[in-house]
Design a protein around this ligand. Structure first.
Ligand code: NAP
Length: 425
């Protein structure tokens, strides 16, 4: 059941999710107790966490030693910035402030929720110094985002600071190469690390397939390749971005786009990572259930986020991570379930009668679908329960039982790392 606006002061959810997973202190225990709320934007935090100088100094210290296993305490979050008056995207409504973001990387922004996430971020951060968009089809993304009526058309400066990187998420090697290319682009364009990684790309209920690495395809695209990217990006995330005048934003954040389809798999106490090389006679290679595999991959997104949050909190790096469910959104995601003529029409936000049909069907439009990702991306660290799973804009949900089992979260995190090591060995 969704839990909205419950008091963090009780420690209830923090304690039941990631605390102690891998010896990680509850992140909120490392800070002064926040006022009671689990919403992302309950208040301005501009002065509550120290001034700009303190935040910049702490972030600069983290940048000097981004790979150190442990530091004394996580750097304090940077003060929130005002929301630009020109920000009118659905996902920006009602925001009272946003954390500083100078650099960002998003996967799968060639359409759907990803393209809308870019549109909203572009409005909230018109001076973004480098936006890396990692997509399977760079020409499709170029037309969608940078074309004359694209999401970034109104901001030529940001369009010029956008770098398109090709990635095929079926392949772990491609994911790692794309992340390396992204890090190089950040360095080249902005000379700094990464403030935001949105692991958005995904595939749903596709026919059975095994990737070149031996993994079930949905798990490979949705989870494993994003985990591989995370690992490659971690030094850049720990360093965070800097403004043009050298002011550091502090450590970065990773947002993993999960789904309530994870509930299909939430009966698990241990989540399997299906690899045909090690389990050729086991499901899903012998009996494939497309929805179960989708659900497992989306649970994997949420568990990975919780594990990452716990590990980074234990190392006091300041990097934060959450997962989100965007809602049920009219996009191309249903391409394997819909007739071709209909699936092809789901690529752009519906208008007129089609928009009404979407409403009648109880679906969200892509701009509405981007709200939860964007809020998770821009919320101040004080307003975020590190490692949690958010739905409906900014509501923290306890629906994924596995997130309440620190040992299972830690074990799956390690199993994912081992699977990635096995691929690259
Ligand atoms: N729509 C919903 O109702 C819903 C609900 C819950 C969760 N989600 C999640 O939201 C995220 C975004 O989905 P969406 O609804 O916006 O769907 P979408 O419009 O189909 O977008 C998916 C994106 O992922 C990319 N992608 C797919 N396979 C890829 C691969 N092998 N390598 C690289 N990129 C790949 C697609 O690239 P191409 O353009 O090249 O195909 C596209 O950019 C997904 O993670 C999905 O699971 C969606």
């Amino acid at each position: 059941m969704a839990a909205a606006f419950l008091p963090t002061a009780t420690g209830l959810f923090c304690g039941s999710r990631v605390t102690g997973t891998v010896g990680a202190p509850c992140p909120s225990a490392l800070r002064p107790a926040p006022p009671p709320s689990l919403a992302f934007f309950p208040r301005r935090a501009a002065t509550a966490n120290g001034g700009v100088d303190a935040a910049a100094a702490a972030a600069a210290a983290a940048r000097r030693a981004p790979l150190r296993a442990s530091v004394a305490a996580p750097p304090p979050p940077a003060p929130l910035l005002p929301v630009p008056a020109a920000a009118t995207h659905r996902a920006t409504r009602g925001l009272r402030g946003v954390r500083p973001i100078h650099t960002a990387l998003i996967t799968g922004a060639s359409g759907g929720i990803g393209a809308e996430t870019v549109a909203a971020l572009g409005q909230l951060y018109p001076d973004l110094r480098c936006l890396v968009v990692a997509v399977r089809d760079t020409e499709k993304a170029r037309a969608r985002l940078l074309g004359s009526d694209g999401e970034l058309a109104a901001n030529p400066r940001l369009a010029a600071a956008t770098v398109l990187v090709q990635v095929e998420l079926e392949s772990v090697a491609s994911a790692v190469a794309a992340a390396e290319e992204a890090v190089a682009a950040l360095d080249r364009v902005a000379g700094c690390g990464l403030d935001l990684f949105v692991a958005n790309a995904g595939v749903m209920a596709c026919p059975q397939a095994v990737t070149e690495d031996g993994f079930e395809k949905q798990m490979a695209i949705n989870h494993l390749s994003h985990a591989a990217m995370t690992r490659t990006l971690l030094p850049a995330l720990r360093a965070g971005g800097t403004s043009a005048d050298g002011t550091a934003a502090g450590p970065g954040r990773a947002v993993f786009v999960s789904s309530t389809a994870a509930l299909i798999a939430s009966r698990y106490t241990a989540l399997p990572l299906p690899n045909v090389r090690t389990a050729p006679t086991a499901a899903p290679f012998t009996s494939y259930k497309r929805w179960v595999q989708y659900g497992e991959s989306k649970l994997a997104n949420a568990v990975w986020a919780a594990g990452l949050a716990a590990r980074e909190a234990a190392a006091a790096t300041g990097v934060t991570a959450v997962s989100v469910h965007p809602g049920v959104v009219a996009t191309e995601l249903g391409r394997y379930l819909l007739p071709g003529w209909l699936a092809g029409r789901m690529g752009t936000p519906p208008a007129g009668l089609a928009a009404r049909a979407v409403k009648v069907a109880g679906l969200k439009t892509p701009p509405e679908g981007a709200v939860t990702s964007v809020r998770a991306a821009v919320a101040g660290a004080d307003a975020l329960d590190n490692g949690a799973y958010y739905i409906d804009g900014n509501v923290k949900s306890g629906m994924l039982k596995m997130l309440g089992d620190p040992a299972a979260v830690g074990a799956f995190y390690d199993e994912t790392l081992a699977a990635l090591d096995a691929v690259s060995a």
